[in-house]
Design a protein around this ligand. Sequence first.
Ligand code: PEP
Length: 240
Amino acid sequence: MRKTHIVGNWKMNQSTEEIKSFFNELANESLTSEAWIAPQALHLGLVKELATDKFKVGTQNSAYEDNGAFTGEISPKSIKDMGLHFTIIGHSERRSIFGETHEVLNKKAKKALDNDLTVIFCIGETLEEREAGKVEEVLSEQISKGLKDVASDKVILAYEPVWAIGTGVTASPEQAQDTHAFIRKFLAKETNLNADKTVILYGGSVKPSNVKELLACEDIDGGLVGGASLKAETYKGLFI
Ligand code: PEP
C-alpha cells in the first residue's frame, strides 16, 4: 500500500509571521496523510522549530556535493544534519530558470540519496511538447537520464505538467491518471526502482476543489502543491 502524501512547495514565499500563523492554525488539526512542507532555505530553522511531529520538512533544492565552493547552494549533508527529511530535485523552475540539466539533476539526486534523504524527483512536459504528442518521450528521457543508476526506495516521483504549474489549469483526472500509469510502467520496465511501491505525486494547480478526484485515481499517490499550500485553510483542505 502506498501512503498518500501532500507536499507543500512554498517556493520563494512566506514571511516569518505567515509561517507562525500557518502552524498555529494547524496546531489542532489531525492531518490524515503524510504532511510535508518545503519552505525557502532561510526559513528551514523556523519551520523545523514550529512543525510538530505530524509534518516532515525538506528543501526545494540540494547540491551535488556535500561541501565546498558552491556559493548559494544547499548542502545535502547539512540538510541531513539539520534533521530534515527530504529534498525536491528537478522542479521545472530549477530546470527552466536555473538551467539544471539531466546530468546535474542525476548527480544531485544521487548525492541526496547518499545522505539518506528522500528525493522528490520532478518531471513534466511543456504545453508545446504535449501538443506535439511528445509527453511519453519527454518523461522517458527525464526519468532515464535524471535517475540513471538510481536504485532506492527513497525516491518519490512528481509528475508536474509545466502548463499546469501556477496557472490555475489542472490536468484532468483522466490525463493525469493516464500519464501516471505510463510512468509506473516505465519505472518497472526501464529503471531499478520498485514501480509498485514508488509514490508518484501529481503537481499542477492542485487545490481543495480538485484534490479529491485526482487522489481517487489509481496511480496518483498525492500532490506536490504550490499556491494552495501557502495558507493553512487551503493546505488543510488538501487532506481528504
Ligand atoms: C509546484 O510548486 O510544484 C506547483 C505545482 O505549484 P501550483 O500548485 O501553484 O501549481
